[in-house]
Write a protein that binds this ligand. Structure first.
Ligand code: FAD
Length: 381
């Protein structure tokens, strides 16, 4: 399915996000990048438009649109600023949706509406210093003390970490024979410390923070021992979001390269007149359309309640490679100017790389796809 086949509602939400991205995000993106600024006011404005809870049900304060609409919003916002795209993707897909899906009715009613309306920001804390792809090797643990559950450990590279009010966090659980469970930690809880922001290659407008917990009171999310299942099903959806983000970054690079190819003159003609440039731009547009089609296919399967693990992995694997490769080629089209901060090509290139790493590296996506093809023999453990 490409964008020609969208419903009127999907098209309207996509257009709303496109206008917002062009008018309120793109003009500020270079400054946010330079100043490493998390755009709080713009996040609040996204909330006012209903874009912080696009696919959250209306009875929980969300916009009640489908997952396809959510991916369209993510693509548009990421086209203008990938760091804001990360904030939005992690807030909605990784931070809020697990509460919508796995929370008790009381938790859903209490925790979701402020998140869906953008009054609060959500995060997802799975990774630790010694456990990334191998998330099950986490060391964070919860202890039961009377009626209280107390979390101790350190979570690494939590997107939105310095801004978040709500942390969906994973830790070993004595109630499940020390298998991981999911928990909710609230900002300001005792024993919780912001340990610092990571210094990154790109996406400087996003927060990537380490968070320490020392006997921090938390509440349980879902059944004891269901932590890995909750994390993996959350990432199944989250990966479709990252594919949309990567598609948006690549589209921004294409739009820039096409505009430049029409204007820049060399040897007495616009560089778009040279076959080498034409070939590059044609390949670039074709692969971006393919990335978008894979992303929308996975999102449609999710909306239909059909399995989408493999399709989401394919979309993320492909779209992130497209973004990383073609943002580099966009720099090439701009020549020396592309390497400078006079143009955003170098920012797109820096911002794109992480889409091959977070929410599951490309190697892990290939593993997921290979297991679909080969079954258990593709498991190394
Ligand atoms: C900017 C940023 C934001 C992030 N945001 C979040 C967040 O909000 N929440 C969160 O929990 N985490 C977050 N992360 C962590 C991110 O999800 C992890 O970095 C990622 O899952 C990879 O883990 P790792 O870095 O420990 O790499 P490792 O798992 O150590 O992998 C290192 C290399 O080995 C490869 N590898 C590992 N296992 C296998 C295997 N079985 N087969 C083949 N190759 C393998 C990997 O593909 C990679 O190339 C973020 C990271 C960054 C940099």
């Amino acid at each position: 399915m490409s964008i020609e086949f969208l419903s009127d509602e999907q098209r309207e939400i996509g257009e709303l996000a496109r206008r917002f991205a062009d008018e309120q995000v793109a003009p500020q993106a270079a400054r946010w990048d330079r100043d490493h600024e998390f755009p709080r006011e713009t996040v609040a404005a996204l909330g006012e438009l209903g874009l912080m809870g696009v696919c959250v049900p209306p009875e929980l304060g969300g916009s009640g649109a489908d997952f396809v609409s959510y991916t369209l919003v993510l693509e548009q916002i990421s086209r203008a600023d990938a760091g804001l795209g990360t904030a939005l993707a992690v807030h909605t897909g990784a931070g809020t949706m697990p509460i919508v899906v796995h929370g008790s009715e009381e938790q859903r009613q209490r925790l979701v509406p402020p998140l869906a309306q953008g009054h609060e920001i959500a995060s997802f804390a799975l990774t630790e210093a010694g456990s990334g792809s191998d998330a099950g090797a986490m060391l964070s643990r919860v202890e039961e003390q009377g009626d209280e559950l107390l979390l101790s450990g350190t979570k690494q590279w939590v997107s939105n970490g310095s801004q978040a009010h709500n942390f969906t966090v994973f830790a070993l659980d004595p109630a499940a024979a020390m298998k991981p469970s999911a928990f909710i930690a609230r900002r300001g809880a005792s024993g919780m410390t912001l340990l610092g922001e990571a210094e990154k290659l790109g996406q400087h407008s996003s927060s990537t923070a380490d968070i320490g917990f020392e006997a921090t009171p938390v509440e349980r999310l879902g059944e004891p021992g269901s932590g890995m299942a909750i994390a993996l099903s959350t990432l199944d959806g989250g990966r479709i979001g990252i594919a949309a983000q990567a598609t948006g970054i690549a589209q921004a690079a294409l739009d820039l390269a096409v505009g430049y190819a029409k204007e820049r003159v060399a040897f007495g003609r616009p560089i778009g007149g040279f076959g080498a440039i034409q070939q590059k731009l044609a390949e670039m547009q074709t692969e971006i359309e393919a990335a978008r089609a894979l992303t929308l296919r996975a999102a449609r399967l999710k909306d239909a309640g059909l399995p989408h693990t493999i399709e989401g992995a394919q979309a993320k694997l492909f779209a992130s490679r497209v973004a990383r490769h073609w943002t580099g080629e966009a720099i090439q089209v701009l020549g020396g100017y592309g390497y400078t901060k006079d143009f955003p090509a170098e920012r797109y290139f820096r911002d794109a790389k992480i889409t091959e790493i977070y929410e599951g590296t490309s190697e892990i996506q290939r593993l997921v796809i290979a297991r679909g093809l080969l079954g258990e023999i593709a498991r190394e453990d």
